[in-house]
Design a protein around this ligand. Structure first.
Ligand SMILES: C[S@@+](CC[C@H](N)C(=O)[O-])C[C@H]1O[C@@H](n2cnc3c(N)ncnc32)[C@H](O)[C@@H]1O
Length: 780
């Protein structure tokens, strides 16, 4: 864990005092504690918090392992509501100490079902500073794998005036340019299903302005007739209230976790990312609504990726300022942003005081293609002080035993003023600008923004309009000048910036093949059937249900969005904007239901009623389910339901059987009431979907969620999957005993050697043995 360059570079930057440097460096060599947070705003948030505080902390308080006393988990003092936690034990302790093993299983189970997220402490900070509220339009520009996205979603869903299940008015777009990584994002966010969520796969530095369609309220435009190319006049751009720009970075703040950085660190990684980071932040600034806020963050200590980016962005878009966050999270120990720094021009650490000195050092023929831009250096005195870079936050590992991190909160200073159109823009608005002039007006704005020096990442060629693709840009683009900072114009000004939209960097996939999004007419018989089946009240937003297949038929799965997501989905061209998901799945066709025939060969269930509620989307639907249709049950019924995939009706406890028995086949929600005495420890109310068959019933949650529930309520995994794992382990033990006694190798036994839950397999009950079982049950 040595790197002379790393040491020299950061000593030169004076990121801490000389006296403190060794403490910082020593801490970089220590392993990082494990941190996790309990998901906020869920029904069981307080239950889990209390399980950690009142059950696990006492159990783990006096653990002695190999003659050493191990400390229990402790709360992160700065994390609101006591929901952030940290503990510091080795993997060996986690595996071998019975107390910690149990705690580890608890964490694994609850993580799988989305109640707990393992996340580095410092990575929890940006969403906390973003101050997201349920009505906000939020963008997470570089979101994968999505730990901050899930935190943002929790905030979007936590309204003091509503239940955790209510649908927020705002939206969250989680974007990443890496196609494969967007799937991590989808997986992560599925843990908190949201009708307000969209995932896109775009280059954030060129993110197109999305349209919200024609708005009744045109005050955002300052004029009634604004023409957007490809859209009817008066279309409203989607401007965001909150944007997180957690940009790609060199990541040296993660050196405690990623020890490989000791070997490979060099200043050129940070130098090379500066331009992209700046472009992403500038794009965020242009997409921000009046009064909005941006959080810019990196897990890098390098000022070139941090203060230098902020300084240049503030100089470019002048109506922004850094927010003084000193009164927020007072228990968080932090250092102010740097006011000066010295870029190194190469791996050999040749430092230059000024950009001019750097350029002069280059042979004449190489100056044009200099790798560093003026913006790598601090702004000149006079300007520098006015930027208040000290308001940026630097988190160092030794301050509170974390990774290193950088956070800056930016706010738009002034209210938006309606633009006065230049003559060119007037011509454009009138559609009288000839094509050639239009194209030349679209010269890459990027060069202006970054100055002539921004050569390390040359702007890509703009080919979108030339290729005849529709662009959602208004015809009101005035001449491009770097100081021309007008919100609406910025938001619209996509002509210069959309060239890579169809081929995001890193996606490695140029043929985007997501299914189209089609809203189903609210009076469609399938929607009516679903509403009847699930006893939904008339207020259910039936107009916001979409399906995803080329024909637009409600064939298999139905997704729920909110009104705002619907406006986005219906007013944009997704041949160009790579939309991965919109909203959350709430109903799924139960294919086996069609096969259920009575003795006369008639279908039991008409096609319009063959859809069932799925557990993932239940929180979004629950507020709309008629209370009197929800079945009540106790922990004893839950035990039967988790024990087998398809328990027979006659196996249910009498009270619940009498309730369910007379009901028609189909989908129901069961309310398991909090009860710590009834054969399990149900410490809070839970609502789960079930599906009733002629002679059996199935709890419609996946295998992992069942195991997690079983562990929490019954203290053991009583599920089929859990029993199978135990059986395999037993067989393995028997086999190894027989080797020991006979000396003969036994036949191979397929055993999951990894943890039970994680390796329980991915088969969802919902799609697993259903068909076979249905047929059997029917035959009975
Ligand atoms: C620091 S990571 C983000 C971590 C994430 N915010 C989280 O908390 O889980 C940076 C992400 O930026 C993505 N990325 C890189 N270049 C990008 C670009 N031009 N536009 C959008 N995303 C980009 C990477 O794929 C990577 O997932």
């Amino acid at each position: 864990m040595q790197n002379a360059r790393f040491e020299k570079y950061y000593k030169t930057q004076a990121i801490v005092t000389d006296g403190e440097w060794n403490t910082l460096l020593e801490m970089c060599r220590e392993p990082l504690p494990t941190t996790f947070r309990i998901a906020a705003g869920k029904e069981n948030t307080q239950v889990l918090k209390s399980a950690v505080e009142k059950t696990y902390v006492p159990q783990l308080s006096n653990v002695i392992f190999e003659d050493e006393t191990i400390g229990p988990p402790r709360p992160l003092p700065w994390y609101p509501g006591g929901l952030g936690w940290q503990f510091n034990v080795t993997k060996k302790v986690l595996r071998k100490s019975p107390e910690f093993k149990k705690f580890h299983s608890f964490l694994v189970f609850e993580t799988d079902v989305g109640n707990i997220t393992r996340q580095e402490a410092v990575s929890m900070l940006p969403p906390l500073f973003l101050d997201v509220q349920p009505q906000h339009k939020v963008m997470d520009m570089c979101a994968a794998p999505g730990s901050k996205t899930s935190q943002l979603l929790e905030f979007l869903h936590s309204s003091p005036n509503a239940t955790a299940a209510s649908i927020p008015k705002g939206l969250l777009i989680a974007n990443d340019s890496d196609y494969k990584r967007t799937h991590l994002l989808i997986h992560q966010s599925a843990r908190l299903p949201s009708p307000a969520m969209l995932v896109t796969n775009m280059d954030a530095s060129n993110y197109p302005t999305l349209s919200l369609g024609i708005s009744d309220d045109l005050s955002f435009l300052g004029r009634k007739k604004m023409k957007m190319k490809g859209l009817p006049p008066g279309s409203e751009p989607l401007l965001f209230d909150r944007i997180l720009a957690d940009v790609p970075c060199s990541g040296d703040g993660t050196i405690r976790k990623n020890v490989g950085i000791w070997k490979t660190w060099n200043p050129m990684d940070g130098n090379g990312l500066h331009s992209l980071q700046l472009r992403i932040l500038l794009r965020a600034m242009r997409m921000l609504a009046s009064g909005g806020q941006i959080v810019y963050s990196t897990c890098s200590l390098n000022p070139v990726e941090n203060e230098a980016v902020i300084a240049e962005a503030l100089r470019t878009v002048r109506d922004f300022e850094l927010v003084d966050t000193s009164s927020q999270l007072p228990a968080l120990s932090r250092r102010p942003g740097l006011m000066t720094w010295k870029p190194a021009a190469d791996r050999s650490l040749n430092f230059f005081d000024t950009y001019e000195a750097y350029i002069e050092s280059l042979p004449e023929g190489k100056r044009e293609s200099a790798r560093l831009a003026r913006s790598h250096w601090p702004p000149p005195p006079g300007i520098l002080e006015s930027l208040h870079l000290e308001r940026c936050m630097r988190i160092y590992p030794h301050l509170q035993d974390t990774g290193g991190f950088f956070v800056a909160v930016l706010r738009r200073k002034q209210k938006y003023q309606a633009p006065t159109l230049t003559p060119r823009a007037e011509k454009r608005a009138a559609g009288t600008l000839d094509d050639e002039t239009k194209l030349s007006a679209k010269k890459p704005r990027l060069n202006n923004e970054l100055g002539e020096d921004a050569v390390s990442e040359p702007p890509e060629e703009d080919s979108s309009e030339a290729a005849g693709k529709p662009l959602y840009s208004p015809e009101v683009i005035s001449s491009n000048s770097a100081g021309d900072e007008d919100i609406v114009e910025d938001a619209y000004d996509q002509d210069a910036d959309t060239s890579t939209a169809e081929h995001p960097k890193g996606s490695g996939d140029s043929s985007f093949k997501e299914m189209p999004y089609n809203y189903i007419p609210p009076d469609d018989p399938i929607i009516t059937g679903c509403m009847t089946q699930a006893s939904l009240v008339p207020e259910f937003p039936r107009h916001n249900i979409l399906t995803r297949n080329p024909g637009g038929e409600p064939a298999r799965a139905l997704y729920l969005t909110n009104d705002l997501v619907r406006r986005v989905v219906q007013n944009n061209d997704f041949a160009r904007i790579r939309l991965m998901i919109a909203g959350t799945k709430i109903f799924q066709k139960q294919e086996g239901f069609g096969k259920l025939k009575d003795s006369k060969g008639q279908s039991y269930i008409p096609p319009a009623s063959q859809f069932r509620l799925i557990s993932d989307g239940l929180p979004a639907v629950l507020p709309f389910i008629r209370k009197d249709s929800i079945l009540e049950a106790k922990a004893d019924a839950l035990r039967v339901l988790v024990q087998d995939y398809y328990p027979l009706l006659i196996a249910l406890p009498e009270e619940f059987r009498l309730l369910l028995g007379p009901k028609p086949l189909g989908t129901y929600v069961v309310h398991f009431k909090a009860d710590v005495n009834g054969g399990g420890s149900l410490t809070c109310d839970i609502f789960l979907p079930i599906l009733k068959f002629p002679a059996s019933v199935s709890l419609m949650i996946d295998k992992k969620a069942k195991s997690a529930l079983s562990l929490r309520v019954f203290g053991e995994d009583v599920t089929t999957a859990g029993r199978e794992v135990l059986e395999k382990l037993r067989q393995k033990k028997v086999a190894s005993q027989s080797v020991a006694s006979s000396g003969v190798a036994p036949p191979a036994v397929a055993v999951d050697t990894t943890t039970d839950v994680e390796e329980g397999g991915n088969t969802k009950v919902e799609s697993g043995p259903a068909t076979t079982k249905i047929d059997t049950t029917n035959a009975e």
